[in-house]
Design a protein around this ligand. Structure first.
Ligand SMILES: [Fe+2]
Length: 304
């Protein structure tokens, strides 16, 4: 008889992946870390508030099923035409966001440059998406992780790497088009771009969220999934307006309402699991070493 998965099978793996996301972040400093935190916040906020229509639900379902993952625990049905991500679904998206740039620290020297990148540098840093996928997949090789659903780890790896894909197929790492890009990847592309635009860079001043929204709207359809973009922007604008009483920093603008903070706190409560965090702390050094080795050899191979 086919085993029906109800979600509990996924929680342990997600807790481990979430911790790995934290480890990845501990390898990052300055703007790179700020960016990952920000993309995680945007993505979690969007995942919390976004209403998916039937078509989007079917797309998400197809993504999950291509990995033999049961999509049901990740979605809550509002009625027959509207769906929300469940708490587990929000957690899944949060993790994909947290690990989306885990391949980046290797390109630190490029990201530290106080000028725009040359074509060669830009092309070299493009590898970070593939490295993200490799690093997350490499976790499957570590016997000390007792993954219950290795397919879920693969799905997270692919969704995270897909944050650089574009709807018209001109993105990377795979040049995937439209719904070939997993729905989570299409959402990450939106929060990734928002964060990239609003942040100051060595060669660019910080841009207000309102302007960032205008800019990404220009790429509606070519870069970003049109319906997801509309939904995501509506969420961010709605949150931003309700957060206006905290004037000042973009962090507040990006949705630090009480409700959102409470929701994040609740999710953190799920992550703090005594047994798992002990196991993971013991693995930290080994994991970093393993990831570093795989990442370095891949870069060497690609640059050779
Ligand atoms: Fe990013």
């Amino acid at each position: 008889m086919k085993e029906v998965k109800v979600g509990a099978e996924y929680s342990d793996d997600l807790i481990q992946l979430d911790y790995i996301g934290d480890l990845g972040m501990s390898e990052m400093i300055g703007l790179m870390r700020l960016h990952v935190q920000e993309v995680t916040r945007f993505t979690t906020l969007i995942a919390h508030k976004l209403t998916l229509n039937k078509k989007q639900w079917l797309e998400f379902k197809a993504d999950c099923e291509s990995y033999q993952i049961n999509p049901d625990p990740f979605i809550t049905e509002v009625d027959e035409t509207q769906y929300h991500f469940s708490t587990l679904g929000i957690f899944l998206l949060k993790i994909c966001a947290k690990v989306h740039d885990i391949g980046k620290p290797l390109f630190r020297s490029i990201y530290r440059l106080e000028r725009s990148l040359t074509d060669e540098e830009f092309n070299r840093q493009k590898l970070h998406a593939d490295l993200t996928r490799m690093i997350v997949c490499s976790l499957l090789l570590d016997q000390r992780y007792q993954w219950k659903e290795p397919q879920l780890v693969k799905m997270v790896a692919d969704c995270a790497a897909a944050h650089q894909e574009k709807m018209d197929g001109s993105g990377y790492p795979d040049g995937a088009k439209g719904t070939e890009i997993p729905l989570i990847g299409r959402l990450l592309a939106i929060s990734d771009a928002l964060s990239a635009i609003i942040n100051p860079r060595p060669y660019q001043k910080e841009t207000p969220l309102v302007t960032a929204i205008e800019w990404i709207t220009r790429d509606r359809g070519s870069h970003f999934d049109p319906q997801l973009l509309d939904g995501a922007i509506a969420v961010i604008q709605q949150e931003r307006y309700s957060a206006q009483r905290f004037s000042g920093s973009w962090e507040k603008e990006a949705g630090f309402t009480q409700e959102y903070s409470d929701m994040l706190n609740n999710i953190s409560a799920v992550e703090i699991d005594g047994a798992s965090s002990k196991l993971l702390t013991a693995n930290k050094r080994a994991l970093m070493l393993l990831n570093g080795m795989i990442a370095e050899s891949l870069v060497e191979k690609t640059l050779a």
